[in-house]
Design a protein around this ligand. Structure first.
Ligand code: B3K
Ligand code: ZN
Length: 854
């Protein structure tokens, strides 16, 4: 199998300027006529090679002349047309079978509705095409389908005509005036409820907003509609960017491989990121909807108006758009909590990716299956890289760079270098060194030592950076690290922004007494920081630092120290008791929560398994699970009265998705979680489950019971299943909770879940709800000593590979990092991976499994 390389990029020899597609929809035999205006870049005739996969080609015509089958060549992945004139019209007739499409890429059916997914290389499953992002064409789309069964016929751009045909079918025509790459094409046909709204842009243009959802779900789309309006306004205010078509449509579908897709004017969304109301969705669901609606909307400029030259540049649009959606969320709610969430993602999933076999820079250099590179590195580390530019250039400088980027590149397909150049030129600042972040994978380790010279009243920080070799790249160079710093002294906080450019650097500060350094405030660079803090220093930072992220981080570091100490004790058979200072800190926090209750809740939470696991080269899974459970138990018992009092002081109000309400529920949930660990909490748990008016509080009870293996779990889960049996989105929460129960009974449970009438291997949400939760939220059983967890997941991955390779390749992730586990697990994991590799795998799965065994 041949991987593609960034260094092999060549501009296309032919381009397509105009596309006219006519679909006559039918589940098993959709007829497509595709007409392209093809132009040679050099003005010379030559061979035109179009991409295409799993297509039934019926005919080819050139400038109106039907071609003989021997004048072109069709392979499994290409249509080759030798002797293509410098300018010609090419017409293809193709037959498609959307019903048989379980990969959910190209044209497929979701609960009977037609929809498409083309990014990254899915358009080639609809028609032969120059399926690469640097070919930009104007699209006209005709859709012909039965008017009764499919009253909504949608595509990109503006609707220009709609005619009822004598045979009861309707013919609609959509024209998208903005030239676009094929990955942004979309078509939807179905019978939906439509929630309508409108938005007037800053310059006074009226935009129709339309949300298409399954019948009966209209009431659940209001929050998404309002989120869209907030996003449209925010982009005007923050970046001066307005929407550019007359209509913005969002369609919610149940069968979808990822979260959502930013097709021009016609977003297609996983229904779980559109539909919400208080009784069926949690605060987190509401949050995610606002953020993903924002994300896809922001792509209209960062992705659609300015797109990627090639797929190696994916972070150009994704890193930047994640950064934009993070800024949006921060402005809509709490900046600190949003930042903490982003930091968690980097420290868990991204650091793990960098340490594993799939390590790659935010701009990968080599790709076999592009869908494998929609990663936490390209997206979230990509966003951190943009954030560092923002930190270095400041808000105003960053905005100048963005303005220049759009001024130069609107309507073009460009590279990450073009983006950095715009930032550089707009600010008159050399960013050559900074650009290394695009080329280098791996997590830099930042080691810091300090020294205070009382005589000279000088404080020195000696900083060293080092990035270890990764699976994809042995040699590493120093990077430009913006290091935010606070020096705490004399009850004050002095802020600094250091720029580290060398492998080793010393910074000197004049201070009249020995300060405590708050290093890497706001997590100003995606690195692992090493500094010998004492416990009292960390507690002081947690109380006195200006930056909220640093305060939270101090508590994280404290817990990491406890984890190490407790494992050491466990190995010598000693009992480990949490230090009094830490308990005292918690006692005081509970007695007098901070004004920000959500932040208080964060501080009171013991870090999760993934967070503590990341500091180990070889992860002692069962020890960690045991220790974390033990810490919660200790906190629960020692502070039981405090948890109870705090819980009781937070009277629930009628549900509103509003910052203060969300915060209060979060803190209440934390208290409840601890209380579930002590005897005598049944009444309280039952009470909250039965009497709360919202999903957030109900789910908090189930989660608490699950985590504490509480006897009430089974009873409440049975009730929940019955209550929500007809609502698949809510039922997914039940599937996940069932699969994450940390007892060996879970293996029988998994079998029962896949036999559940609402389970379907064809639906990615269901499969992820069960098996994603199993490996992400049940480390204890996933890593069970007999290797059963690995076997179960491996079987599922293989089964899924023949149904939906993209889903299979996502699910295989936890098996790949076998080198991170203890000897026994390593052998078990390696053996399931080897068995897998011996099978006939999709490119998606092959790329990952083969790399992991290298
Ligand atoms: N651009 C899409 C992701 C496409 C994934 C293809 N496997 C959604 C997003 O990032 O906004
Ligand atoms: Zn995106």
């Amino acid at each position: 199998r041949q991987a593609k390389k960034l260094s092999d990029y060549k501009a296309p020899e032919f381009t397509i300027t105009d596309v006219e597609l006519s679909f006559e929809l039918s589940p098993e035999a959709t007829a497509l006529t595709a007409v392209y205006q093809v132009v040679s870049a050099s003005g010379k005739a030559g061979t035109l090679i179009l991409d295409g996969q799993e297509l039934k080609l019926l005919s080819v015509s050139l400038d109106g002349q039907l071609l003989n089958a021997d004048s072109y060549q069709v392979t499994a992945e290409q249509l080759i047309l030798p002797g293509m004139p410098a300018k010609a019209q090419l017409e293809l007739k193709i037959e498609l079978n959307p019903k048989a499409n379980t990969a959910l890429e190209g044209l497929y059916l979701s609960n009977g509705a037609y929809c498409t997914q083309c990014e990254a290389e899915g358009f080639r499953r609809i028609s032969y095409y120059l399926d690469r992002p640097d070919v930009l064409a104007r699209f006209t789309t005709h859709i012909i389908a039965d008017d009764n069964t499919y009253p909504a016929l949608l595509s990109n751009g503006n609707l220009v005509s709609s005619t009822l045909l004598p045979d009861g079918r309707r013919h609609v025509t959509w024209v998208d005036p903005f030239p676009k790459p094929s990955y942004l094409f979309a078509l939807v046909a179905g019978d939906f409820d439509c929630l309508k709204g409108s938005y007037t842009t800053g310059s006074g243009r009226e935009v129709a907003l339309e949300f298409y959802v399954d019948k009966g779900n209209k009431q659940r789309a209001h929050f998404a509609l309002e989120s869209l309006k907030r996003a449209m306004l925010w982009d005007e205010q923050s970046f001066g960017l307005e929407y550019d078509l007359d209509v913005y449509m969002v369609v919610a579908v149940d069968f979808f491989n990822m979260g959502a897709m930013e097709n021009k004017g016609l977003n297609v969304f996983n229904s779980k990121y559109v539909l919400a109301d208080q009784s069926s969705a949690t605060d987190t669901d509401f949050f995610n909807i606002e953020s993903i609606i924002g994300h896809e909307y922001f792509h209209n400029w960062t992705g659609n108006r300015v797109t990627c030259r090639d797929w190696f540049q994916l972070s150009l649009k994704e890193g930047l758009t994640v950064f934009r959606d993070q800024q949006f969320s921060a402005d809509m709610g709490s900046a600190t909590l949003n930042r903490i969430d982003a930091v968690k993602t980097i420290r868990t999933a991204q650091f793990a990716e960098d340490a594993g076999p799939m390590a790659h820079p935010i701009r990968p250099q080599q790709v076999l299956e592009m869908n494998n590179f929609y990663t936490v590195t390209v997206y979230d580390k990509g966003a951190e890289v943009i954030r560092m530019l923002h930190t270095l250039l400041g808000q105003a400088g960053f905005r100048k760079g963005m303005d220049l980027y759009f001024k130069r590149h609107d309507g073009q397909a460009v590279t990450c270098d073009d983006f950095v150049s715009a930032m550089q030129d707009a600010n008159g600042r050399d960013l050559t060194l900074f650009s290394r972040w695009y080329q280098q994978s791996g997590t830099p380790q930042l080691k810091v030592h300090s020294h205070y010279d009382a005589k000279k009243r000088e404080f020195k920080l000696l900083m060293q950076q080092h990035t270890a070799g990764t699976a994809d790249q042995a040699e590493k160079l120093p990077l430009l690290l913006p290091v935010r710093l606070e020096l705490l002294a004399e009850g004050k906080s002095y802020p600094y922004l250091l720029e580290m450019t060398e492998a080793e650097q010393e910074f000197t500060f004049a201070v009249s007494q020995k300060p405590i350094p708050v290093l890497l405030a706001d997590f100003s660079a995606p690195v692992k920081l090493h500094y010998q803090y004492q416990m009292d220093e960390l507690l002081l930072i947690a109380r006195d630092a200006k930056d909220g992220v640093a305060r939270w981080d101090a508590i994280q570091q404290l817990w990491q120290m406890q984890v190490i100490a407790a494992i050491d004790a466990k190995n010598t058979g000693a009992e480990y008791l949490l230090p009094g200072e830490l308990l005292e800190f918690y006692r005081q926090l509970l007695a007098k929560p901070l004004e920000d209750l959500a932040f208080t809740a964060e501080l009171l939470t013991v870090p999760g398994y993934d967070m503590v696991a990341e500091q180990f080269d070889e992860i002692p899974v069962q020890d960690l699970v045991w220790v974390l459970q033990n810490f919660q138990q200790q906190l629960a018992t020692k502070l039981v009265e405090q948890w109870r009092l705090c819980y009781k002081s937070l009277h629930p109000a009628a549900y509103q998705y509003q910052e203060q309400h969300v915060a209060k529920r979060a803190l209440r949930s934390v208290c409840l979680q601890y209380l579930a660990f002590v005897v005598g909490s049944d009444e309280l748990l039952r009470q909250q489950y039965q009497h709360s008016d919202n999903m957030t509080d109900q789910l908090a009870v189930l989660r608490s019971c699950r985590t504490a293996s509480h006897p009430l779990f089974a009873e409440l889960m049975a009730d929940f299943e019955q209550r929500w049996n007809n609502d698949v989105l809510v039922l997914d929460k039940w599937f996940s909770l069932s699969a994450s129960y940390p007892q060996s009974s879970v293996f029988d449970t998994l079998e029962q879940l896949t036999a559940h009438p609402q389970f379907s291997w064809q639906n990615p949400n269901r499969v992820r709800a069960v098996f994603g939760a199993f490996y992400q939220q049940n480390p204890q059983m996933f890593h069970s000593a007999d290797g059963k967890g690995y076997q179960v997941l491996a079987d599922v991955v293989l089964k899924m590979d023949s149904i939906n390779p993209q889903v299979a390749a996502r699910l295989v992730t936890p098996l790949l990092s076998w080198k991170r586990y203890q000897a026994q697990s390593q052998l078990q994991l390696k053996s399931v991976l080897q068995t897998m590799l011996a099978k006939d795998l999709s490119d998606d799965l092959y790329e990952k499994v083969s790399k992991s065994l290298n």
